[in-house]
Write a protein that binds this ligand. Structure first.
Ligand SMILES: C[S@@+](CC[C@H](N)C(=O)[O-])C[C@H]1O[C@@H](n2cnc3c(N)ncnc32)[C@H](O)[C@@H]1O
Length: 228
C-alpha cells in the first residue's frame, strides 16, 4: 500500500480487495478509527456510538449498507429516491426502516442527524444538483456530524469528469447517467457547503466483483462545535 499527502488529505492507494458496499463501509469505519488516533478531540465513544446514533443512508439502493450499519447502530434508516429500491430493501430487511425521498430535498429538521452515508448516490446528480445535495446534507447534519461520501473517479472507458451513459444493464434497457468525478472538485463542493474534509481515500477496483472504476471516499465533518 502506498500513502502520500495531498494538501491536508491523506491519500491511500491500495490494491487491497474491497468486495462490496459493506466492505467499503468497513474500510471507512477504519478511517474513523484512524481519525480518532490522529485527532484526539474526537472521542472513541462518539465514533462508536453517538456519532452514528441517528445515521441515515442516502441513496440506499437495496439496503445492504443500511443493514450493515443497523446491526451496529439500530436507529439507522435508509432513504432512496426509487420506490422500487425502497420496496426491495424493505422486503430484504422488514425489521428496518426504509423511506422514499430525495437527497435534494430531505423532509427533516435542521441538524436532526449525526451521520450520513452516501455511497455512489451523488454520481447520478448533475453538478448543480450535487451542490444542492451537499447543502441539504450540511443542513440536516448536526454540527460535528459525519458525512461519508463515495463516488467513481475514472475507468478504462470513462475519464474523470465525464458522464457515463448506460443504456443496457443486466439484460434490461435502462437510461442511466453516472458522473465520474474529480475528487478535488467534490472536495470543493463539500467544503463550500459547510464541511471540513478530514480524510480522502482512493482505491483501485476489485477485479471481477464490481465495475472496474477507481473510487474515492471522502469522510467529512460538519463544521461547528460538536455536541456532547
Ligand atoms: C449506484 S446506486 C448505489 C446504491 C448503494 N448506495 C450502494 O452503494 O450500493 C445509487 C442509488 O442512489 C439512488 N438515488 C439517485 N438519486 C437520488 C436522490 N436524489 N436521492 C436519493 N437517492 C437517489 C438511486 O435510486 C440508487 O438506488
Amino acid at each position: 500500500m502506498q500513502q502520500h499527502c495531498v494538501g491536508q488529505h491523506r491519500v491511500v492507494r491500495s490494491a487491497e480487495v474491497v468486495h462490496t458496499g459493506v466492505e467499503q463501509l468497513r474500510l471507512v469505519t477504519g478511517r474513523l478509527e484512524d481519525l480518532h488516533e490522529r485527532w484526539g478531540s474526537v472521542g472513541a465513544q462518539d465514533l462508536g456510538a453517538s456519532v452514528l446514533e441517528v445515521a441515515r443512508v442516502l441513496g440506499c439502493g437495496p439496503g445492504h449498507v443500511t443493514r450493515w450499519l443497523a446491526a451496529r447502530h439500530p436507529s439507522t434508516v435508509g432513504i432512496d429516491l426509487s420506490p422500487g429500491m425502497v420496496a426491495l430493501a424493505r422486503e430484504r430487511a422488514p425489521e428496518l426502516t426504509f423511506q422514499q425521498g430525495s437527497m435534494l430535498d430531505l423532509a427533516v429538521d435542521d441538524g436532526a442527524w449525526s451521520a450520513i452515508v452516501a455511497l455512489y448516490s451523488v454520481i447520478h446528480l448533475t453538478d448543480e444538483e450535487r451542490a444542492t445535495a451537499c447543502r441539504e446534507m450540511a443542513r440536516t447534519l448536526r454540527p460535528g456530524g459525519w458525512l461519508l461520501l463515495a463516488f467513481h473517479v475514472d475507468s478504462d472507458e470513462v475519464s474523470v469528469g465525464q458522464v457515463h451513459r448506460v443504456t443496457r444493464w443486466f439484460g434490461t434497457d435502462v437510461e442511466l447517467e453516472a458522473h465520474f468525478l474529480e475528487p478535488e472538485v467534490v472536495i470543493g463542493g463539500v467544503e463550500a457547503a459547510g464541511f471540513r474534509v478530514m480524510s480522502r481515500t482512493e482505491r483501485e477496483p476489485s477485479p471481477d466483483v464490481e465495475y472496474p472504476s477507481r473510487r474515492c471516499y471522502l469522510l467529512a465533518q460538519r463544521r461547528g462545535p460538536a455536541r456532547k
